[in-house]
Design a protein around this ligand. Sequence first.
Ligand code: TMP
Length: 212
Amino acid sequence: MSVAKSGRTRGRGLLVCIEGLDKSGKTTHSRLLVKDLNEMGYDAVYTREPSLGEVGRLIRKIILHGWRRAPPVLEAVLFAADRFDHVEKEIKPALEEGKIVVSDRYLYSSLAYQGASGLDLDWIMEINRFALPPDLAIYIDVPVEVLAKRMGEKRSVMEWPRIQSEVRKVYLKLVKKGFLVPVDGNRPVEEVSREILSLVLERLKGKGRLRV
Ligand code: TMP
């Protein structure tokens, strides 16, 4: 399996995605990262998947807020369609303007969640071939038992410990293959956010864009 390469321009920007299980702190950390980067003078923007576009809204309505899981192929195809929309309408234009785009979930969520439902990871990659490879993909790891305590009574179709532990197995496999950089999320928020920021600054340094 290889991450898709795009021949099209990705501008001068930097694409960072933050991955993890439900309630792992992805949203908190994505937002903190954007805030920290903005305070340092970088032009960073927060975005998320499912996106706020039409397909993203459809996903929330028929996939996530239903009573039971949809067939895995339907989930995979809809998330890929939403990603296409997200990449074309939000990610690429921001990268072309030189921004740092922080995406709360991206391609690896499809590999982990739909892969955990039994779909072939290469097939999922294939239908996501258009997705720009991120400059940095971070996985916030939190054990399922810890997350189960954070989940209230009102759970989405994905938020069951059995599903989450299968999803975690795929995420850890992606870490092992070198696609995701792991960060231990079972620590105080400030410690985790400091580590995430330093990973991003390291990547900016590699691109010659570090501000001092
Ligand atoms: P969130 O908005 O709380 O992150 O929830 C989005 C849910 O959608 C979460 O349970 C993971 C799931 N999801 C997939 O199954 N595949 C995907 O490709 C994406 C982006 C999300």
